[in-house]
Design a protein around this ligand. Structure first.
Ligand code: KIV
Ligand code: ZN
Length: 530
């Protein structure tokens, strides 16, 4: 008999706390929909009181996404709880998640309270939340550094007050597996009523032990694991969802547990989160890294060819890794294109299919062989997370070892083209400066710029370049992506994508987009006077 472990995904809450990561509402919805397809049990959609944007995202997810429980985080105070409920109330299965710290360190220095005061706040908060919903989770922040007797006292009181899940976070990633497993065993044996509720763990990765600690806790009876796709999260991140799930699956004979996860959605989910967060997955990352199923040594290759399980403990197809080596090209028709996309999990029809097919055809003019990874990039890059106020019309570059790099850029806005030229430190810099002249956005800074080849291309010459540009504006990060066989063009597209998000989310274009907010001051100049 196997038991179920509930997968609580916190990519949209703790994951978004990763330095430099910021999802807009469309991106959060896109990820939540994919998490529902992945069949996680709980989606922690955000922290509604944190900002109006967080509130709106939790509300939108609660309204739209069906299947998983939708949780919203709040501190143990009445205002937070009311706000969380306001955002969650339309969810099919809403959960209020309350957190307050129980370690003396946090109680004294952060909360500046006493142990009895914290206990009282925790109980009052759970009671208030239970007035709204029957699904209430209580988290004892910094539990792993809390006094065990006091922690059990708080858990017991919150269970009596109506908590249905109690979460034991290793907030600062301090625990080690054997000790953390024993900690869970102790909590389970010393807390009255704990067998009536779900025991959860939430481990951070400061010592690289988040997954190991979570799995040790499962072995000791934890029934819910909080984790994030690609291990995103505060500081060094949370336990990585894909590693937890595949650990439980691959070592089922040891854990005797199962999850409800649809394994073949894992790879796709990881790709989507990596794309939208702008956080690349390291090549040697377990389960979903580029190298996770590659065999370089001759001995290993020989072994795998004779019997796959000699060097592979997981089947890459199980997690949805695209397998086909069939390449599409110039002569491929719409049918083959559609079928291939469907095999990759992208069900396109009607206008969406027509547009994607047009882009595919345009790509075949520039690239002889279009692989699965090109197709994935092509389709995913089309995820519209902000209206395209500015679109790239044309780009001319003059560059070389003996000339000052110069770019002329034409952008379309509302049907008319605006052109600017600029010089820069290189062709990309020149093109981005020309864009800034057109948009008139001041104080916009490119803070990160990464470029990667989607595939090697034939002879490595016609690879698709994927650029991620992170810009800072008004103290917030905005991430843009661009794809092209030409890296300068990919860079311009990525930057424009980020600029369009800045304009949309900062409400700078009421005239064109019908969004509320400030109107852009001043008109862009028509031509540079270089
Ligand atoms: O790390 C932590 O303690 C948390 C809680 C809100 C569960 O993120
Ligand atoms: Zn956390």
């Amino acid at each position: 008999m196997t038991d179920r472990v509930f997968i609580f995904d916190t990519t949209l809450r703790d994951g978004e706390q990763s330095p430099g990561v910021s999802f807009n509402i469309q991106e959060k919805l896109e990820i939540a929909r994919q998490l529902a397809r992945l069949n996680v049990d709980i989606i922690e959609a955000g922290f509604p009181i944190a900002s109006p944007g967080d509130f709106a995202a939790v509300q939108a997810i609660a309204r739209e996404v069906r299947g998983p429980v939708i949780a919203g985080l709040c501190r143990a105070n009445p205002v937070d709880i009311d706000r969380a409920w306001e955002a969650l109330q339309e969810a099919e299965h809403p959960r209020i998640h309350i957190v307050i710290a129980t370690s003396d360190l946090h109680i004294k220095h952060k909360l500046q309270k006493t142990r009895p005061e914290v206990l009282e706040l925790a109980v009052a908060a759970v009671k208030q939340a239970r007035g709204y919903t029957g699904d209430v989770e209580f988290s004892a922040e910094d539990a792993s550094r809390s006094d065990l007797a006091y922690l059990c006292e708080v858990l017991e009181a919150t269970i009596e007050a109506g908590a249905t899940t109690v979460n034991i976070p290793d907030t600062v990633g301090y625990a080690v597996p054997q000790e953390f497993g024993e900690f869970i065993t102790q909590i389970r044996s010393r807390t009255k009523g704990i067998d009536q509720v779900v025991v959860s763990v939430h481990c951070h990765n400061d010592l690289g032990l988040a997954v190991a600690n979570s799995l040790a806790a499962v072995k000791s009876g934890a029934q819910q694991v909080e984790c994030a796709v690609n291990g995103l999260g505060e500081r060094a991140g949370n336990a990585s969802l894909e590693e937890i799930v595949m650990g439980l699956y691959t070592r089922q004979s040891y854990f005797n547990k199962e999850t409800g996860i649809k394994y073949d959605e894992i790879y796709r989910t990881s790709k989507l989160v990596s794309l939208l967060s702008g956080m690349a997955v390291q090549a040697n990352k377990a389960v979903i890294g580029k190298n996770a199923f590659l065999h370089a040594s001759g001995i290993h290759q020989d072994g795998v060819l004779k019997e796959r399980s000699t060097y592979e403990i997981m089947n890459p197809q199980l997690i949805g890794l695209p397998q086909s080596n069939i390449v599409l090209g110039k002569l491929s028709g719409r049918h083959a294109f559609r079928e291939r996309l469907a095999e990759l999990g992208h069900m396109l029809d009607g206008d969406q299919l027509n547009q994607a097919f047009e882009r595919f055809k345009a790509l075949t003019d520039r690239k002889k062989e279009i692989t699965d990874r090109d197709l994935e990039a092509l389709v995913k890059n089309e995820i519209k997370s902000a209206p395209e106020l500015y679109q790239l019309e044309y780009l001319h570059i003059s560059s070389g070892t003996t000339v000052v790099p110069t770019a002329t850029v034409g952008l379309k806005r509302n049907g008319s083209t605006q052109e600017e030229a600029a010089c820069g430190d290189g062709p990309v810099d020149a093109a981005l400066r020309a864009i800034d002249k057109i948009t008139g956005l001041r104080d916009i800074n490119l803070s990160e710029y990464t470029i990667s080849a989607v595939t090697g291309g034939k002879d490595g010459k016609d690879a698709l370049g994927e650029v991620t540009a992170r810009v800072e504006y008004g103290g917030r990060p905005f991430i843009g992506r661009g794809l092209s066989t030409d890296v300068v063009e990919a860079s311009v597209k990525a930057y424009l994508n980020a600029v369009n998000k800045v304009i949309y989310e900062s409400g700078l274009a009421t005239d064109d987009l019908g969004v509320s907010g400030k109107r852009r001051r001043g008109r862009p100049r028509k031509r540079s006077e270089k």
